[in-house]
Design a protein around this ligand. Structure first.
Ligand SMILES: Nc1ncnc2c1ncn2[C@@H]1O[C@H](COP(=O)(O)OP(=O)(O)OP(=O)(O)O)[C@@H](O)[C@H]1O
Length: 255
């Protein structure tokens, strides 16, 4: 029995606007985004280059501050929070998985997975660390350094590190961008499992295959969510992207 579904969504954006620069240099990266990411949901964020995907992820994670509107992360409104408060909130509830893995090259697999706990001044739970490393299939590699692992294995270390802190939310920015097809599928299956076990996953991707692992796809154009797709298939996502691309081209011609 889980009570997850009855709780407030761990990530909520309400009328979020983000404008970079000012006056003649102003760029409206988000233009009024309202969306809830429910507990245990896996959402893919897609859209053309420059449509605001990374900005949405950064605002949702408290890494960037909206110009207006509100972001609520695990029940805490982010407005007015200090950098220290935001760092603590992220440390306790949020994990990140990036295209570039972001592992420490001098540390082995086990040490990389333990690092967030050590940085937070906590004693890592060795049994749990061993369990998450096993879960991503790397228990034979605990003493290896990132340089001795394949790209897919490195990304699995990054996912194990994300898992180790038992975060409520994982933000992933093109997590399979640097991986071959087979390892990409392994990483996506892991993210899918995490969502099934109650974590909330928000993933920016350009890849319809990656998006097809999500429960829901948000399509951003020019800083607005123009459409959503539940239960996406690769073909449906690819077709919608092509359609949005054609519309954007036509809109540019008419300007
Ligand atoms: N720090 C910044 N200063 C000025 N403009 C920015 C900054 N960051 C992003 N932008 C602009 O905001 C808009 C949205 O950028 P964002 O990176 O969110 O898009 P994206 O959809 O993630 O793009 P891509 O798929 O190319 O990574 C773009 O026009 C971009 O040039």
């Amino acid at each position: 029995m889980t009570t997850m579904k009855t709780l407030e969504a761990p990530v909520r954006l309400d009328s979020v606007h983000k404008t970079y620069g000012s006056r003649e240099n102003a760029v409206a990266a988000l233009r009024g985004v309202t969306i809830d990411f429910p507990a245990g949901s896996f959402t893919a964020v897609m859209g053309p280059s420059g449509s605001g995907k990374s900005t949405l992820l950064h605002c949702a994670a408290g890494l960037d501050e909206p110009t207006s509107g509100t972001v609520t992360l695990v029940g805490t409104p982010l407005a007015g929070k200090s950098e220290t408060e935001l760092t603590e909130l992220r440390r306790d509830h949020v994990a990140f998985v990036f295209q570039s893995f972001n592992l420490m090259p001098a540390l082995n697999v086990e040490q990389n997975v333990m690092l967030p706990a050590l940085l937070a001044g906590r004693t890592p739970d060795a049994a749990w660390v061993a369990q998450v490393i096993d879960r991503v299939g790397l228990s034979q590699r605990v003493k290896h350094r990132p340089g001795e692992l394949s790209g897919g294995q490195q990304q699995r270390v990054a996912i194990a590190r994300a898992l180790a802190g038992k975060p409520a939310v994982t933000f992933a920015d093109e997590p399979t961008g640097a991986l071959d097809t087979e390892t990409a599928l392994e990483v996506l299956s892991l993210l899918r499992e995490l969502a099934n076990s109650g974590q909330t996953i928000v993933m920016v991707t350009h890849d319809p295959v990656a998006a097809s692992f999500a429960d829901n796809v948000l399509f951003l154009v020019d800083g607005s969510i123009v459409t959503q797709m539940a239960g996406p298939t690769v073909e449906q996502v690819a077709a919608r992207l092509a359609q949005l691309g054609a519309q954007a081209k036509q809109a540019r011609r008419q300007r």
